[in-house]
Design a binder for this molecule. Structure first.
Ligand SMILES: NC(=O)c1ccc[n+]([C@@H]2O[C@H](COP(=O)([O-])OP(=O)(O)OC[C@H]3O[C@@H](n4cnc5c(N)ncnc54)[C@H](O)[C@@H]3O)[C@@H](O)[C@H]2O)c1
Length: 259
């Protein structure tokens, strides 16, 4: 996707990765940026509005655990922008102390947001097609005992996004679904990891015991995926590198005999 002139909705746009991606999207001269997030970061919003006066940049409050709030935010953004070209579901919570909330924010909210976005973007429903990027994790392709609940939610994100990335859906809707799997990235998500694990004490885990990438480099690679990526792709963004994954096939349905 050529990003110039595009209308973008970014969920979690004030987060560590979100801020860096939004700034790089604005550098690509997108037309509009709707940031859906739990809380407004006034300073960041004002700085972007000053730096990029030609872009329509605005905030919609969304608690992703509340489906009516997601619906209302998309409706308000659609009234203002008329259509969306790119939606990034980039909100997240990593804290296995909160089982329900981990599933609600990372998986259930992302599923609702994806379906609502499709209603506006689906070519077969008067939409214009586009791209939906869902942020999973390395924990969404490889289980981690450190964060079993988060890992379950992120596996769900990968499965759901790959499912919607079926070429038959794309042929009908014109909406591509892409899965992004970042490795450890230096953002507030990693704060106080020792107290957010499934069982404690497990092992000493901090951002100092594991190699991490910067949010900036993760964002640069995420932008490259948006620009180059194809429907159904799953991308690993690890330690500054990006790689499209060839997902293993462990089962296929057996067809009934045609007799
Ligand atoms: N940082 C990492 O190491 C890492 C690794 C792999 C995947 N990820 C994923 O990348 C994405 C961005 O994470 P980040 O590292 O920037 O984290 P972050 O904590 O900096 O940002 C998370 C964002 O989600 C938003 N959010 C949280 N709860 C919400 C709610 N109820 N409703 C709406 N928004 C809510 C926050 O306000 C924030 O903007 C997440 O999906 C995360 O799971 C991060």
């Amino acid at each position: 996707m050529n990003l110039t002139g595009k209308n973008v909705v970014y969920l979690g746009g004030f987060g560590g990765i979100g801020q860096k991606v939004c700034a790089q999207l604005l550098e690509r001269q997108i037309k509009a940026l709707a940031i859906f997030d739990l809380t407004l970061n006034e300073q960041v919003l004002a700085a972007w509005q000053t730096q990029y006066p030609n872009a329509d940049i605005f905030y919609q409050k969304v608690d992703i655990t509340q489906k009516p709030e997601i619906e209302a935010a998309y409706k308000a953004a659609a009234e203002r922008l008329e259509h969306f070209d790119l939606v990034v579901n980039g909100m997240g919570l990593m804290n296995d102390n909160f089982v329900d909330l981990t599933i609600q924010i990372n998986l259930l909210g992302l599923i609702h947001s994806s379906f609502i976005a499709l209603e506006y973007m689906d070519k077969s429903k008067n939409g214009r097609g586009g791209v939906v990027v869902n942020i999973s994790s390395v924990a969404g392709i490889e289980p981690t005992s450190l964060m079993a609940v988060y890992s379950a939610a992120k596996h769900g994100v990968t499965a759901f996004t790959r499912g919607l990335g079926d070429s038959r859906y794309f042929a009908k809707t014109g909406v591509a679904f892409i899965t992004i799997c970042p490795g450890f990235t230096d953002t507030p998500l990693l704060f106080d990891m020792m107290n957010k694990m499934t069982f404690k004490p497990h092992t000493t885990v901090t951002k100092h015991t594991h190699k991490v990438q910067s949010a900036e480099i993760c964002a640069s690679n995420l932008i490259k995926v948006i620009e180059q990526g194809k429907n159904g792709g799953v991308w690993l963004l690890e330690l500054g590198e990006m790689k499209e994954l060839d997902m293993p096939v462990m089962w296929r349905p057996t067809l009934q005999d045609q007799a």
